[in-house]
Design a protein around this ligand. Structure first.
Ligand code: PXG
Ligand code: PLP
Length: 441
């Protein structure tokens, strides 16, 4: 394990990775425990991004480990087409209750990308089931990340994820403008005050296409992977009002924000806005086994329940939907997040992260700082003519100094596990400060 060969490195074509750069200087993790990873050379690093935003309990949490071990020895797989196992039903119920929407239904999938594609299908099929078959258009947003399925890249707004695949994208998609404007909201703590009016762009699209052609709007309530872009105050509320006015479904993609990242069970709770469909993945089971899902309003589900009872109502699903190991990990994770008070702990840690991160204002290279809940990001001055390189340099220095965080474009993001202490969070930000100073020197 400690001696990965050059040939082995060659064989795995890694996802979203600069493969040649990485294989030249591989960064390999051997193990994880609590808020720390141990690299193959024995160094310990603080997991400043909770895996990939997905491990709020830290790693190898004993309660989750025990649950998965028990499950694999009891029922390792169960078909979910025309069969089921009890724990998947109780998990669906538990998630709906956690969301404060006990009558809603949960459709299980295996990733955020699948959750997004599933939600898009439900939205279009719902309108058709109600006799509004012309409602097919879906509206996404610039800079959005909705995974890498054909649906997700179509409504997503990250140019690099789209430009090679335009022939594969679904037709009939528009994009709202993103909400980040550094001149008006630079260095905002939490939600910016400016920008609610950007939601009115939805009215413009409705006027252009007519509401009778629009199925749904999909947004990340807080844009995570594009660099912690926080919605302006009132923006999501306004989107909700416009959707209501025109019979358009509102989909919140909560793959990052779901299960506590903002210090509430869902971002929908944080903002007090109720979406019709809500996608989740990642933290639902601490990412121990792939799991995602879509929370569906009861009224949407009910529209499908027409026709003879022996007929399939929704022609969709995955081999691993409701996988017993993923479900067992989710029950154990929810014991800790909800029962164990870790979502409340995330809320309590959020101000610690906010004040530490905003303390970086004025540090060399820093051009903006943003935060919400237990997530924060800074932007750095690019290396002239070499976009993206500066953030890699800062990332590498942090890693050498015992901190793993996330870089993307000119942005560095921190989203620590909920089990982190306030000392660890402040110390991670100090590490980032040292890395910025050293990189600028
Ligand atoms: N929707 C949202 C809002 C996401 O953030 C997906 C869908 C896709 O989920 P899957 O499970 O198919 O990857 C995501 C995933 C990062 C990072 O470092 C973010 C994601 C994935 C990997 C890395 O910002 N978001
Ligand atoms: N491709 C083939 C040939 C299959 O048989 C299946 C599922 O049976 C799939 C793709 C889809 O796989 P999954 O259900 O894991 O998404």
């Amino acid at each position: 394990m400690n001696s990965t060969t050059g040939d082995e490195l060659k064989s795995w074509w890694m996802p979203f990775t600069h493969n040649r750069y990485f294989k030249d200087q591989p960064r390999l993790i051997a193990s994880g425990a609590g808020a720390y990873y141990t690299l193959v050379d024995g160094r310990r690093v603080f997991d400043g991004l909770s895996g990939l935003w997905c491990s709020p309990l830290g790693h190898s949490h004993p309660h989750v480990v025990a649950a998965v071990q028990r499950q694999v020895a009891t029922l390792d797989f169960c078909p979910s087409f025309q069969m089921g196992h009890p724990a998947a039903f109780s998990l669906a119920r538990r998630i709906a209750r956690l969301a404060g929407r006990p009558d809603d239904r949960v459709f299980f999938v295996n990733s955020g990308s699948e959750a997004v594609d599933t939600a898009m299908k439900i939205a279009v099929a719902y309108h058709r089931a109600r006799g509004e078959a012309s409602r097919t258009r879906i509206i996404g947003r610039e800079r959005a990340y909705h995974g890498v399925g054909m649906g997700g890249i179509s409504v997503g707004g990250i140019p690099a994820n789209r430009k090679m695949f335009s022939s594969l994208m679904i037709p009939g998609v528009d994009h709202l403008p993103h909400t980040w404007d550094p001149a008006r909201m630079g260095y905002s703590r939490g939600q910016p005050d400016w920008g609610a009016h950007l939601a009115d762009e939805l009215e413009r699209l409705v006027t252009l296409h007519d509401a009778s052609n629009i199925a749904a709007v999909i947004v990340e309530p807080m844009q995570g992977s594009t660099g912690v872009l926080v919605p302006p105050r009132g923006y999501l509320q306004r989107l909700r009002q416009i959707c209501d006015r025109h019979g358009i479904l509102l989909i919140f993609d909560e793959v990052i924000t779901g299960f506590g990242r903002l210090g509430t069970a869902f971002a929908a709770d944080y903002f007090g806005v109720r979406p019709d469909l809500l996608t989740f993945a990642k933290a639902v089971n601490n990412a121990v086994v792939p799991l995602g899902g879509v929370l569906v309003a009861a009224s949407i589900h009910d529209a499908f329940m027409a026709g003879p009872a022996h007929m399939i109502e929704f022609f969709h699903g995955y081999t691993y939907s409701g996988h017993p190991l993923a479900v067992a990990a989710a029950h154990a994770t929810l014991d800790e997040l909800d029962g164990g008070g870790l979502i409340r702990r995330a809320a309590a840690l959020a101000p610690v992260l906010e004040s530490a991160m905003h303390g970086l204002r004025g540090t060399p290279l820093v051009t903006d700082i943003r935060n919400l809940g237990l997530a924060a990001a800074i932007d750095v001055t690019p290396v002239p003519g070499q976009p993206g390189l500066r953030a890699i340099q800062v990332f590498q220095r942090c890693l050498d100094d015992g901190l793993l965080l996330r870089f993307t474009g000119e942005t560095l993001a921190l989203a620590p596990p909920f089990i982190a202490t306030d000392v660890e969070i402040r110390s991670a930000v100090d590490t980032l400060r040292r890395a910025l100073v050293a990189t600028a020197a």
